[in-house]
Design a protein around this ligand. Structure first.
Ligand code: NAD
Length: 426
């Protein structure tokens, strides 16, 4: 029998797909899921890989690899972001697609789960190269996406502009504008007000609900945030507005720590000016993973997956973790944190605000009838609060962690839809 070396143990612990399947298996055991449904739901339905050429500014042609995976479409069209990152892999995209299925089910919106990605470091591309890459990738996945079938959205290193290019490319091929093809678009071309902030807002709503449950007063809560992009910076700003003190933040280059609190708006301005947090006056510099283990009450991991592992979970000082990122905690770290009594609001619940407002955007596009930002935020708050309370009730009734309670709820909903639809052909 092969023994796991420390390196391959770490590799295994870091496999997002393995994490996703383990989490699903645990939930399936808990609800005694019948074997037929178990083997269907533990795999992705469709996985698409493409290798496509892009003309670079210097005239060379480079071939890039991209993926689009649909895990399940029984509750509605597939939904999920597109990520541009040098470490994108099929394994990771499959896990992210499965998590999207559970995420949509946990907040009870009528979508299935998908995810996409391109293996690329977008920082080394010019704007024109980025646009050519996006339009060609949109054409490649054009065989899968569309308002009734699979609706992409932004994720790491993709934004509203990238979504506009995808929507425009699909519309050019269709012959008329199809705004509901993607969400997270600029407001000028059918985007929803409130979408940019939605994930961070959902994180803050969940954090507040968890603080209330634990009897923590926001004014006495010190927060550390890993990742200061869309999710991390908005979460930090809204938590600061609620009265919390933000004591540590980081991005991929490094971070800043000040036990007395950091001014979030000035941090955002500094990052916009300098392209990074480093060099911000008024705090001590820390490494990118610094926020995970600083002295704080609430930790928001909002960078990438696999950040809390068996190597650092026992050093986490926070009493409450609200997962802004997808899959930031490995199963091994999860167990350590649970044994230590840390209350953790899992990713599929905590960061579901983005897909919830994406759902609002899709509904608005299909109806060509647009809502005010106030209306969007109110509807978002109602859905997030309801989902949080449902997961909390399941966790209390069945003596489960919040993660398992969220999984149980989500897997039950998806299994019910799959069961009702039956097997085709019989
Ligand atoms: P983003 O690209 O806007 O920001 C990512 C941030 O993480 C950047 O500040 C980057 O510098 C930082 N980062 C990267 N590697 C890091 C490291 N090793 N240590 C510390 N910081 C690091 O991306 P985003 O949209 O904010 O997404 C962040 C996470 O939230 C991802 O896991 C994403 O899948 C998840 N998420 C995003 C949305 C959304 O609507 N944007 C929705 C749900 C989940």
């Amino acid at each position: 029998m092969a023994t796991a070396t420390p390196t391959n143990r770490r590799g295994q612990e870091a496999s997002a797909w393995r994490t996703a399947q383990r989490q699903f298996d645990q939930a399936a055991d808990l609800i005694d899921l019948e074997p037929e449904l178990r083997c269907v739901l533990r795999e992705v339905q469709r996985e698409f890989t493409c290798h496509f050429p892009v003309r670079m500014d210097d005239g060379r042609v480079e071939v890039f690899t991209g993926y689009r995976v649909q895990h399940n479409i029984h509750r509605g069209p597939a939904k999920g972001g597109i990520r541009y990152h040098p470490e994108v892999s099929l394994d990771e995209v499959k896990a992210l697609a499965m998590w999207m299925t559970w995420k949509c089910a946990v907040v009870d919106i009528p979508f299935g789960g998908a995810k996409g990605g391109v293996v690329v470091d977008p920082r080394r591309l010019s704007l024109q190269e980025l646009e050519r890459l996006t339009r060609r990738f949109a054409t490649e996945i054009g065989v899968l996406i569309g308002p009734e079938r699979d609706i992409p959205a932004p994720d790491v290193n993709t934004d509203a502009r990238v979504m506009a290019w995808i929507m425009d490319t699909v519309s050019m091929h269709t012959g008329y504008s199809v705004p509901a093809t993607v969400t997270g678009k600029p407001v000028e071309v059918g985007g929803s007000l409130g979408r940019v902030e939605a994930t961070g807002r959902g994180v803050a709503i969940c954090a507040l609900a968890a603080m209330q449950h634990l009897g923590m007063r926001p004014h006495a809560v010190r927060v550390a945030v890993q990742g200061f992009g869309n999710v991390g910076s908005v979460s930090a700003r809204l938590l600061e507005e609620m009265g919390c003190s933000i004591v540590a933040v980081s991005d991929e280059y490094g971070g800043i720590h000040n036990p007395k609190g950091l001014p979030v708006r000035r941090l955002i301005e500094h990052r916009e000016r300098e392209g990074r947090l480093g060099g911000f006056p008024g705090g001590e510099e820390i490494p990118p993973d610094g926020p995970l283990t600083v002295d704080c009450d609430l930790l928001v991991p909002a960078a990438l997956g696999n950040q809390l592992t068996s190597r650092n979970a026992s050093e986490v000082r926070a009493r409450l973790i609200v997962e802004g990122a997808n899959g930031p905690t490995t199963p091994e770290a999860d167990e350590i944190l649970r044994d230590r009594g840390v209350f953790l609001v899992p990713d599929i619940l905590a960061n579901a605000g983005g897909v919830t407002v994406s759902y609002f955007e899709w509904v608005q596009d299909l109806q060509s009838f647009f809502w005010s930002e106030h209306e969007v935020n109110q509807k978002l708050r109602a859905i997030m609060q309801r989902a949080f309370q449902q997961v909390l009730a399941t966790s209390q009734e069945r003596h489960l962690s919040m993660r398992m309670a969220a999984y149980v709820q989500a897997v039950q909903r998806v299994a019910a839809a799959t069961r009702e639809r039956g097997l085709y052909p019989c």
